[in-house]
Design a protein around this ligand. Structure first.
Ligand code: BES
Ligand code: MN
Ligand code: ZN
Length: 498
């Protein structure tokens, strides 16, 4: 889809459809009023008759509105003006794009982007509009023989801004929004692919291809390399699988080499059966999503490269399957991690922390400014926070706050969880330096505590996205989270937004 920015009067737009908002109850927004004036009260008549109350997300498509140059006018309900916030703004836009896409409008000029949202500037509104639009038209039908064809799909969207002096910042925000949306789609596609397609090898190929497209540096470490390095924890997870593990290193060098990089680490378990500690059958298919941390890290570096952010960024992906093959690790096995610390594997299903700990140690060699890992790490995090917020853990308060704020602003929220030493005891092992599980209590915290033992040398945060990376049920699918949060975090670090 093509996108552009414009400032102008709604009644003068030559387009297949002009989209304007109506507040509840029955209050026209300014652009709607302009059309109403040109149409000599046509809209207010309709509203008076009760055909459009302004309920959030409701739509009414009008043809041949007098006094306008467009084929159609789409009225979109915004809900009550007093309650109009980020969420309402996004819902209204979603309804608009969905309707445009389903009704055969080839292009549309959207004036909803002129509606103010408390505490958010025009840049935010445009970035978010681009994201919501791409999100609404997203489909994953690669494996459907018959695609659900949209009759005449939307090709071009124009977002309106009120003043001419908003054009430049809006253009920049649009480019950012589209880059982030691209990163989100990229992450969703990888997540939605089945485990027999999206293997560690496939992930590595995708990273290589992306590095060529966007001028990134890419290196893929093979099993032999991991053995030489001594990544015993990662290797122990890969033992049960016929698919070889891969360790992906992607670099975006957007700043002077003297500038320390942000390192992102993503859990890349392309399928998690649980290993010898086998998972139960129901919903096990969803464990194809166990590489969503990796997907989001790749999606984020993609967005950052597309935005040409003047920062140095490294993405690390330890990729493996977790399978119960004959050579698989067994409960009680002890392995030596890259850090030299030994781990007693009491449960082979706690494999995420095993692949991550070696990647976190590997991160040291980049002398990072900060390290953020992203992982579908624990079912316990879903119990704690549901599907609304990602779990955030950090060994540095400032970094934690920075990420929390980014989540709020990008509308991709996280919640700060404790990482107190008191929880570390649960990881005691009689035979090794630590066990890989800490019992049922505080499962997401003890998992983070495990990781914290490998992140002593830098500022570090961990995002547990087990509840936010995908949706189950009727609209099953990857969400692309937390690409918006991470991209926002990087935009701020790069000084592109306040
Ligand atoms: N990938 C899972 C975590 C998960 C489970 C995410 C369900 C989303 C939904 C992870 O590898 C895992 O199996 N964790 C175990 C840890 C336990 C054995 C300590 C879990 O959460 O049950
Ligand atoms: Mn597992
Ligand atoms: Zn897992």
């Amino acid at each position: 889809m093509e996108f552009s920015i414009k400032s102008g009067s709604p009644e003068k737009q030559r387009s297949a459809c002009v989209v304007v908002g109506v507040f509840e109850p029955r209050k026209l927004t300014l652009p709607a009023e302009l059309i109403d004036n040109a149409a000599r009260g046509y809209l207010s008549d309709i509203i008076r008759r009760g055909d459009m109350e302004g309920k959030l997300g409701s739509t009414l498509l009008l043809h041949n509105v007098p006094g306008t140059l467009c084929d159609r006018v789409l009225l979109v309900g915004l809900g009550k003006e007093k309650e109009f916030r980020e969420k309402e703004y996004c819902s209204a836009l979603r309804a608009a794009v969905k309707t445009l896409n389903e009704t055969g409008s080839f292009d549309g000029v959207v004036f909803l982007t002129e509606t103010g949202v408390k505490r958010r500037d025009v840049g935010w509104r445009i970035r978010q509009a681009a994201l919501v639009a791409q999100e609404t038209v997203y489909r994953f039908d690669r494996f459907k023989s018959k695609k659900d064809e949209v009759r005449r799909p939307l090709r071009k969207l124009t977002f309106a801004v009120e003043r001419r002096n908003e054009l430049a910042p809006a253009e920049e925000a649009l480019a950012q929004g589209l880059a982030i949306a691209d990163g989100v789609s990229f992450a969703k596609n990888l997540g939605n692919l089945p485990g027999n397609v999206c293997t560690p090898t496939y992930l590595a190929e995708q990273a290589l291809e992306m590095s060529k497209d966007l001028g990134l540096e890419c290196q893929v470490l093979e099993r032999a390399d991991l053995e030489t390095l001594g990544m015993g924890a990662l290797l122990s997870v890969a033992r049960g699988s016929h698919q070889p593990p891969k360790f992906i290193v992607l670099q975006h060098k957007g700043a002077d080499a003297s500038q320390k990089p942000v390192v992102l680490v993503g859990k890349g378990i392309t399928f998690d059966t649980g290993g010898i500690s086998l998972k139960p059958a129901p919903e096990m298919d969803e464990m194809k999503y166990d590489m969503c941390g990796a997907a989001s890290v790749l999606g984020t570096i993609r967005a950052a490269a597309m935005m040409k952010l003047p920062i140095n960024l490294v993405a690390l992906v330890p990729a493996s399957e977790n399978m119960p093959g004959g050579a698989a690790s067994k409960p009680g096995d002890i392995v030596t991690s890259l850090s030299g610390q030994t781990v007693e594997i009491l449960n082979t299903d706690a494999e995420g922390r095993l692949v991550l700990c070696d990647a976190l140690t590997y991160a040291e060699r980049f002398e990072p400014e900060v390290v953020v890992d992203v992982a579908t790490l624990t079912g316990a995090c879903v119990i704690a926070l549901g599907h609304v917020a990602s779990g955030l853990f950090a060994n540095n308060e400032t970094l934690a706050r920075e990420l929390l704020t980014s989540g709020e602003e990008a509308f991709d929220r996280a919640w700060h969880m404790p990482l107190w030493d008191d929880y570390q005891e649960q990881l005691k092992s009689p035979f090794a330096d630590m066990a890989n599980i800490g019992g049922r209590a505080a499962g997401s915290i003890t998992a983070a505590c495990f990781l914290s033992r490998f992140t002593k040398k830098y500022d570090w945060a961990h995002l547990d996205i087990a509840g936010t990376a995908w949706k189950s049920g009727a609209d099953k699918g990857a969400t692309g989270r937390p690409v918006p949060l991470l991209a926002h975090f990087l935009l701020k670090r790069a000084g592109k937004i306040d």
